[in-house]
Design a protein around this ligand. Structure first.
Ligand code: FE
Ligand code: ZN
Length: 554
């Protein structure tokens, strides 16, 4: 067996999932001198080990060894890694929110009515009359990914992937009034542009560097060429705004050309159009949204989930809650249906169902208790049984045959765009939200509103390639947000959030898993059992609380 295979297998045995680009690095590692247990320990908090993380770990590892220190589980490696990742593109000082739109839109949160569902009854009250029973399901898939890769991952193929991303985002940018008549980068030289003339170009950021003098430098490319763009250290406001300009992001740039450089005066993201076009929905139907059930985990809150099932069946005494329940026609599960197997080191200690088939059988058993007039839409997440890299195909039929067999269930890819009863929903688990929130100044991992708004502004679900969340390159970049949705439903963060951005309801539907030891160690405080429910006719959003804090961890 070759050295390469050996190390890969050894790491896998230690529950380290690595991306294919790590293979090359491992090939160069001298396997006689490396202590794999220690390396695995240094990487234990990575869901998936990227080449960058592996390199950083190996480097710190070497430094530690050269200092003659031992690496133990309390070593500060993880923190130092996180810090170094932050430093790559973030300014070191805390910057203000670059946009007022965020704080403005967050105020909508206050309008959500939170309803504690407590008075669950054993029987369905006789007056319960679900409208879903008399109305047909109106559900259409607008875009779904088969997950098939159309290219092999050669350098040429990667460039095809990025050209596809560029072309799709350019088309969106061109629809904006302000950057329509822009120059192609390759035409700039012969265009004889006057030094005082402000021009526009569209391009993808390939390099982003913070300069010692406080300014910034970008290398920006389109298929015809590349150009250096600088921001002077005097342009404080623009520098703050440019903090959110990420690598591999496509944007429109305005500035003046001096020699072979552009001095930036402003830039625009593809963003959402300002005008919101909302169609009215004929029926007063509601969509219930949840995600991150983590069935199979010891922390899955089955009693709380049973309360949701009772509610959907109308087994509530309060007439107001009964009315809410009677309107539910759809339920979306935004990924991480089960906790999975081998997702992180020592996961088996946190599982109550230790095989993946059993986890999905349990999921099917629970979802079968939901009345069949409710159509259930399930997308995959990073804990589910399918390829981890985005776009993730639907959860495999071989793992979840019972879910696939249910007539009222649609199993879809992550992401998917669907039309539910006249409204467009963009469904995305949120795999890239750690990356987006760590790279974008002002965002935090505990607030999904930031990454939801920014991915809409970027018009891309995973703007920076090759980070923690891996992306499979294909001939068409399926992570570009081509359709403007009415509702953007996400999960993954395990903390409920809602905001409205340019007419789009951005909803993170939390979790049914209580705090795990891992989350406790990272100071992540989930909000389990809170289920947003949106009425498509009135646009009103409620949050139903099914979690009873008395329900203890097992
Ligand atoms: Fe999750
Ligand atoms: Zn997740």
């Amino acid at each position: 067996m070759s050295t390469k295979r050996n190390l890969v297998n050894e790491l896998l045995k230690r529950n380290c999932l690595i991306t294919p680009d790590c293979y090359e690095i491992l090939e160069d590692v001298d396997d006689d001198t490396i202590d794999l247990d220690r390396l695995a320990n240094a990487l234990k908090n990575e869901l998936v080990v990227t080449a960058e993380k592996l390199q950083e770990a190996l480097q710190s590892f070497e430094e530690f060894l050269s200092e003659g220190d031992l690496i133990d589980s309390d070593s500060p490696i993880d923190e130092s890694l996180e810090q170094s990742e932050m430093d790559i593109t973030l300014p070191s000082k805390k910057v203000e929110e670059p946009l007022d739109s965020i704080s403005d839109s967050s105020k909508d949160d206050e309008k959500i009515l939170a309803t504690q569902i407590r008075d669950i009854s054993k029987d369905v009250p006789s007056q319960f009359d679900p409208i879903g029973r008399n109305i047909d399901t109106q559900f259409k898939i607008l875009h779904e990914s088969s997950g098939q890769t159309t290219i092999d991952g050669t350098l040429k193929d990667f460039s095809k992937y990025f050209i596809s991303r560029f072309k799709q985002l350019r088309a969106i940018l061109k629809k904006r009034g302000d950057i329509g008549g822009s120059f192609r980068i390759g035409d700039l030289k012969k265009a004889k542009i006057d030094e005082h003339e402000r021009i526009g170009i569209l391009g993808m950021v390939t390099t982003k560097v913070s300069l010692k003098n406080g300014g910034m430098l970008f290398e920006v490319e389109d298929p015809t060429g590349s150009i250096t763009i600088t921001i002077s250290n005097k342009m404080q406001e623009l520098l703050v705004k440019a903090g959110a300009l990420l690598q591999d992001q496509v944007a429109g740039f305005f500035g003046k050309i001096y020699g072979d450089r552009m001095v930036l005066e402003d830039f625009v993201f593809p963003d959402l159009p300002l005008s919101s076009r909302s169609k009215t929905v004929k029926d007063p139907v509601s969509v219930c949204m949840t995600s991150d059930l983590h069935i199979g985990s010891k922390e899955f809150l089955e009693d709380s989930f049973d309360n949701l099932i009772d509610f959907l069946n109308g087994r509530v005494d309060d007439p107001y809650q009964q009315t809410l329940a009677s309107q539910v026609k759809y339920l979306i599960v935004g990924g991480d249906v089960v906790d999975g197997i081998g997702i992180y080191p020592k996961q088996e200690d946190d599982l109550i169902i230790t095989d993946i088939y059993g986890q999905y059988d349990k999921a099917a058993e629970l979802l079968a208790k939901i009345p069949d007039w409710i159509h259930i839409i399930i997308i995959s997440g990073n804990h589910d049984a399918c390829r981890l890299a985005l776009p993730q195909p639907a959860i495999g039929k071989e793992y979840a045959p019972k879910l696939w067999a249910m007539k009222n269930v649609s199993m879809l890819s992550n992401p998917s765009t669907v039309n539910i009863h006249g409204k467009v929903f963009l469904l995305y688990h949120g795999n890239s939200f750690e990356d987006v929130s760590s790279l974008t100044p002002g965002l935090s991992m505990s607030d999904a509103n930031g990454p939801m708004i920014y991915t809409l502004r970027y018009r891309h679900l995973a703007p920076t390639f090759g980070r923690r969340s891996s992306v499979v390159p294909s001939l068409k970049d399926e992570l570009v947000i081509e359709h403007v949705p009415d509702v953007f439903h996400t999960g993954h963060i395990h903390i409920n959030a809602h905001t409205r951005y340019r007419g789009v309801d951005c909803i993170n539907s939390g979790t049914f898993q209580s705090q795990t030891d891992y989350m406790q160690s990272k100071n992540i405080n989930p909000t389990p059992g809170r289920v947003p429910i949106i009425n498509l006719q009135s646009g009103k959003l409620h949050e139903l609380v099914f979690y009873d804090p008395k329900e203890q961890k097992q």
